[in-house]
Design a protein around this ligand. Structure first.
Ligand code: GRF
Length: 197
């Protein structure tokens, strides 16, 4: 059974897609052990509670400095003995010590076709604003392993999505979520879980 922890910061629609996948059996051999947020008000935590998944809030605001915050976050992760850490709209920079602790065991969903529109400063709606600004006809989402740097790890899966005439950042974000993010993130977890002893 693959023991999975999900890190969130916002509404949790990607988390919901994972929960639905596990509960429906579309994601095999997986146990959602904990949902952790840096944001106590994240609706993603409500989603986890509604499905009986343990939640933890580890907020940088509660610690004197970044190192103490990272240490607390690592302690919580260690406690759950996770096989896979999933970043599902988690807006905190992952420290090197955490990348080293979970080599090829931490994945992230990014709302573009990496290497386009990724890296420092590209998150949430900003990604779709940049895609519309550039005038691309195709965008999409990417699941990748987390390594040093931002959005730089090996790519596991991508899904293309058409940009439509008249799209706003909001309409494009919604389509990328529905047609790409909520499809490939569960699919990657299912694939890793099936490979897990
Ligand atoms: C999504 O757009 C995701 O691609 C990005 O952050 C947003 C999170 O959305 N990483 P949600 O919290 O999963 O609804």
């Amino acid at each position: 059974m693959l023991r999975v922890g999900v890190l969130v910061s916002g509404g949790g629609t990607n988390l919901q897609a994972i929960i639905d996948g596990v509960e429906s059996g579309r994601i095999a051999n997986t146990s959602l052990e904990v949902v952790i947020s840096n944001n106590a008000g994240a609706y993603a935590l409500e989603r986890a509670k509604q499905h009986g998944i343990p939640v933890q809030c580890v907020s940088p605001k509660e610690y004197a400095d970044r190192d103490q915050f990272y240490e607390a976050l690592m302690d919580v992760l260690e406690a759950y003995k996770l096989d896979l850490v999933v970043l599902a709209g988690y807006l905190v920079i992952i420290p090197e010590q955490m990348v080293r602790r979970y080599p090829r065991k931490m994945i992230n969903i990014h709302p573009s076709l990496i290497p386009a529109f990724c890296g420092k400063g590209y998150y949430g709606l900003k990604v779709h604003e940049a895609a519309l600004e550039r005038g691309v006809k195709i965008t999409g989402a990417t699941v990748h392993y987390v390594e040093e740097g931002t959005d730089t790890g090996p790519i596991l899966m991508q899904q293309a999505v058409e940009v439509l005439e008249g799209d706003t950042p909001e309409t494009l974000q919604r389509r990328v979520m529905e047609q790409a993010e909520w499809v490939i993130l569960p699919a990657v977890i299912d694939r890793l879980a099936r490979e897990h002893p």
